[in-house]
Design a binder for this molecule. Structure first.
Ligand code: FAD
Length: 186
């Protein structure tokens, strides 16, 4: 079985972990906070405006609209809504397209994603800050606070530097740079 390490347990990391698991991978999710999804809890004034039914790539900043096009085509609104329903998360879409959990509480989103991920056997490593990622013998060696483990694949989902009180930092940029990636200025 493919092993994958996901660094970061925010919205992106949780969805990536679930997606990797659905494609048959054994997933370890590293999160520096004691709980996953802290930024989700703060989103939409605690209600989490989870998606917009009318969004298109023209709504996104940046020079690479094809990335937004690709991402949106991979998970269009209707598919996303279906996925949410399958994990027990009912959505309510307002007249302007903004969608929120029917409960009106962002914690429903975290609970649904976390519960489903755990049901799928994803291992949650919390209080586990990843300090370094090194490539040795074709494997990515992840050194976290209390562990050191090698994986054939690693996905960086550490988010941006926004809202540092919720876990935002530049760690992901440093990991990516270390492997020769270029960081586009935000
Ligand atoms: C106040 C506020 C309101 C918002 N409202 C909305 C909204 O209503 N709708 C919307 O779509 N968006 C909203 N956003 C934006 C949205 O919350 C973010 O775009 C989204 O949560 C980013 O998810 P992410 O997984 O990319 O990053 P994050 O949520 O930042 O997740 C990254 C995770 O990685 C962890 N991490 C970082 N470094 C390490 C490390 N070295 N080792 C282990 N773990 C690490 C962090 O602790 C964090 O949990 C809002 C943002 C804020 C701050």
């Amino acid at each position: 079985m493919n092993k994958v390490a996901i660094i970061g347990g925010g919205a992106a990391g949780l969805m990536a972990a679930i997606t990797a698991s659905l494609s048959g991978a054994a997933v370890d999710l590293y999160e520096q906070n004691s709980k996953v999804g802290k930024k989700i809890l703060a989103s939409g004034n605690g209600r989490c405006n989870i998606i917009n039914a009318n969004s298109s790539s023209s709504d996104y900043f940046g020079q690479h609209s094809h990335f937004a096009d690709y991402a949106l085509s991979q998970l269009p609104f209707a598919e996303f809504e279906k996925f949410c329903l399958s994990i027990g998360l009912l959505l309510e879409t307002k007249g302007d397209g903004r969608a929120y959990p029917l409960s009106n509480e962002a914690k429903s989103v975290v609970l649904a994603l976390e519960t489903y991920a755990k049901e799928r056997g994803i291992t949650f490593l919390t209080d586990a800050t990843v300090m370094t990622v090194e490539k040795t013998d074709g494997q990515f060696v992840i050194t976290a606070e209390k562990s050191k483990k090698a994986y054939p694949k690693v996905l960086i989902a550490t988010g941006s530097e926004a809202a540092p009180q919720l876990g935002g930092n530049g760690d992901g940029y440093a990991f990516a740079k270390h492997f020769g990636h270029t960081i586009e200025p935000t």
